[in-house]
Design a protein around this ligand. Structure first.
Ligand code: HEC
Length: 109
């Protein structure tokens, strides 16, 4: 009984860590491919918001990030339709929230 519990916990851990890695990987694909040239086409320009730094400093939480992706903001186009139409996203079969999580996860690293 004890042994099987430990084994189950081990499997859960492996499954969870595998999932987290897959998410960041998918997030990178989204970041590199959305809008054809990727989010970086605009966000790697220093006058536009520096997403990694904003997330790491705590200035851009997951909720705000998701809202901007869904609704757009001034020069920032709505992105969720774009994201959901990408090949790797379709292949992963994730929901819109999971796809946003993946990009956020990637940018948090
Ligand atoms: C066409 C250029 C362009 C592309 C492509 C683009 N963005 Fe943006 N983004 C902007 C601009 C400009 C702003 C600043 C909007 C403002 O605050 O006026 C912005 C703002 C944001 C913000 C809000 C930052 C904040 O602190 O308010 C997030 C989050 C964001 N972009 C994420 C993304 C992601 C993720 C992608 C790729 C899926 C992406 N953007 C693609 C131009 C772009």
């Amino acid at each position: 009984m004890k042994k099987s519990l430990i084994a189950a916990a081990g499997f859960a851990f492996i499954a969870l860590s595998g999932q987290a890695m897959a998410d960041a990987d998918l997030g990178k694909k989204i970041y590199d491919r959305a809008f054809g040239r990727g989010c970086g086409a605009c966000h790697d320009i220093s006058s536009n918001p520096q997403l990694r730094e904003l997330i790491k400093s705590g200035a851009l939480d997951r909720e705000k990030f998701g809202t901007v992706l869904k609704e757009g903001k001034n020069g920032m186009p709505k992105a969720t339709g774009q994201i959901m139409s990408l090949g790797p996203v379709k292949k992963a079969g994730v929901t819109e929230e999971q796809a946003i999580d993946a990009v956020y996860e990637y940018l948090s690293k």
